[in-house]
Design a protein around this ligand. Structure first.
Ligand code: PEP
Ligand code: MG
Length: 582
């Protein structure tokens, strides 16, 4: 039966495919595809983890004191029975053998199915066994931890030719999950998913941002999607409307297939603008830059016609590594790859911005403070660990010997933070000099993403060559709206007069002093905001490569002279969105 689920549209387009569910788990679980030749060893890994847990429980049973409550022994019996149930193992083996999921992913997928079956049981005693099932599953997951593949295969493997089943590897897949960490998303970056849906997340949550960089239709904040959609269901993801249609009827399917083809034609039309300079009707040259997460993304940036990288979110090099952070050489190589990948065009490398909804890994995330968005995040994190920060600074300065590099610092707000940062940059240079290592010059920039920073621009302009407005956080902190929380997503408003005032003042202050200014938050890639930002005087936009051409199309049809007056009216209005609809 067809039904639809509503969420937030975060990445445009239509995807039609079979659902692959990534079950949520309290244990941090890696999701990756194994290769066909790894199937046997993966099943062995799973069985060993299960046997280890069985041994552990049997030991507990044996050593149980005589006076232990009777219920405890009964509970262990239930857990052992569940663990040794062949139906569980057979189910997990199916996901490994037929879908090439790694053991953890296979186990959580099967657990999700079984847990749902328990939930539907009439008998309250049996219904409560759901919690036992989850506990048993978590024990096995813990045992599996650290025994997985070292080299992760994000690509969906092809079956060996003789086993190929009709339509098997060319059925498009869409991902449905309760939540995906940005690190998980990165893992899926080169995979075959043609769309994705998550229960949680706001429009500018980091998961949504990475989704946009995948350039596949996506809906976040779809609340119960991962409970309502079943493995293998046919699903349509309408990334324009933020709607997910499950089990579509043939008529709906053909309507969306038509829309999908239309969108493809539009894309092909836009691709023709790649080499067209971004110049407005009145001759203003606009700089269109790309936001990237990994050095390899420079290929997409160039393909989209970006004239540089305006934001390299370096934290993605650090994520999901279980504490094994990249050293100076590894970082230097990554930054150099990005710099060389841009063929002489400028690359803005932002120092690490972890914390809040970008945990390094789940273990550290658990230890996070009560209010992570207001906690030890970004530059605060770096300054709290100067040796880690110096390592990153040295790596960036060394990469700067290979091309134009801008060094961008996130989340500054205090003069003391600016002072410490500048001192550490100097120190990093001295250390390189002492070791006789080559390094290059950098232009120094600060993100303006905390209202306090936007209200103390004089301080920032004194120390930095350019400013980059991080509207995602600027909106979050100005309006006190957690950008990752779908329950307050309706209040996350780029057009709030306070936000517009801070953005406008930052642009104006930079222009008055002849300093560079760009917007690198999601606002820059939103075609609905292009004219307003042009009217406010912005001439440099940084966004995901997938958004560059659509924004360029808007720019080519805009006249900044006319937009200036209108932007002033919007800025002075109590209800800017009413004026935007003109
Ligand atoms: C921003 O806050 O607008 C920004 C670009 O940084 P991030 O989204 O990585 O926090
Ligand atoms: Mg930010």
């Amino acid at each position: 039966m067809t039904f639809s689920i509503h969420g937030l549209a975060v990445a445009r387009g239509i995807a039609i495919g079979r659902a692959v569910l990534v079950a949520s788990s309290r244990v941090d679980v890696a999701h990756y595809f194994i290769q066909p030749e790894q199937v046997i060893s993966e099943i062995r890994r799973l069985r060993k983890a299960r046997d280890d847990v069985v041994d552990e429980l049997q030991r507990l049973q044996k050593d149980m004191p005589k006076d232990a409550p009777h219920e405890l022994a009964a509970l262990l019996d239930v857990h052992l029975m569940l663990l040794q149930d062949e139906a569980l193992t057979a189910g997990v083996v199916h996901w490994i053998r037929d879908r090439f999921y790694n053991a953890e992913w296979a186990l959580t997928s099967q657990l999700e199915i079984i847990v749902r079956q328990f939930e539907e049981m009439e008998d309250p005693y049996l219904r409560e066994r759901k919690a036992d099932m989850e506990q048993v599953g978590e024990r096995v997951l813990h045992c599996l931890k650290g025994t997985g593949a070292l080299v992760v295969q994000p690509k969906r493997p092809q079956r060996p030719q003789q086993e190929l089943q009709l339509g098997d590897t060319d059925v498009p897949l869409v991902l449905v999950a309760h939540d995906l960490s940005p690190a998980d998303m990165l893992q899926f970056k080169q995979s075959v998913f043609t769309g994705f849906v998550t229960d949680v997340g706001g429009k500018t949550s980091h998961t949504a941002i990475v989704a946009r960089s995948l350039d596949i239709p996506a809906v976040v904040g779809a609340r119960t999607a991962s409970q309502l959609v079943k493995q293998d269901d046919w699903v349509i993801i309408d990334g324009d409307a933020g709607v997910v249609i499950v089990d579509p009827s043939p008529i709906i399917l053909s309507e969306y297939s038509f829309k999908q083809r239309q969108a493809q034609l539009e894309r092909e039309g836009l691709a023709r603008l790649r080499h067209t300079p971004a110049v407005t009707l009145d001759g203003e040259k606009i700089e269109l830059l790309a936001n990237i997460e990994m050095p390899e993304d420079t290929a997409a940036a160039l393909a989209a016609g970006a004239v540089g990288v305006g934001l390299f979110r370096s934290e993605f090099l650090f994520m999901g590594r279980q504490g094994n952070l990249p050293d100076e050489t590894e970082q230097y190589q990554a930054y150099r790859l990005a710099v060389e990948g841009m063929n002489g065009l400028p690359v803005t490398i932002r120092t690490i911005d972890v914390g809040a909804d970008k945990p390094l890994d789940e273990a550290r995330h658990d230890a996070a403070h009560l209010n992570p968005a207001l906690g030890l995040r970004a530059i605060r994190w770096s300054l709290a660990d100067p040796s880690m920060f110096l390592t990153q600074l040295r790596a960036i300065l060394r990469a700067a010997a290979h091309g134009q590099v801008n060094l961008l610092i996130p989340m500054l707000s205090h003069a003391s933070e600016i002072r410490q940062t500048l001192l550490l940059i100097e120190q990093a240079r001295h250390e390189l000099d002492r070791k006789g290592m080559v390094h290059g010059p950098v232009r120094l920039g600060a993100m303006i993403e905390i209202p306090a920073a936007a209200l103390s621009l004089r301080l920032f302009l004194k120390h930095f060559d350019f400013l980059s407005i991080g509207t995602n956080d600027l909106i979050q902190y100005t309006l006190a709206i957690d950008r990752a929380d779908e329950s307050v997503a309706h209040l996350y408003d780029p057009l709030h007069p306070a936000v517009l005032r801070l953005v406008a003042d930052t642009i104006a202050a930079c222009k008055a002093q002849g300093k560079g200014v760009s917007v690198c938050g999601e606002m820059a890639g939103d075609v609905g905001m292009t004219r307003l930002l042009l009217g406010l005087g912005l001439r440099s936009f940084s966004m995901h490569p997938s958004q560059v051409l659509a924004v360029k199309q808007r720019i080519l049809l805009s006249n900044t002279d006319k937009l200036r007056l209108w932007a002033d009216q919007v800025l002075d209005s109590d209800d800017p969105s009413a004026l935007m609809q003109r």
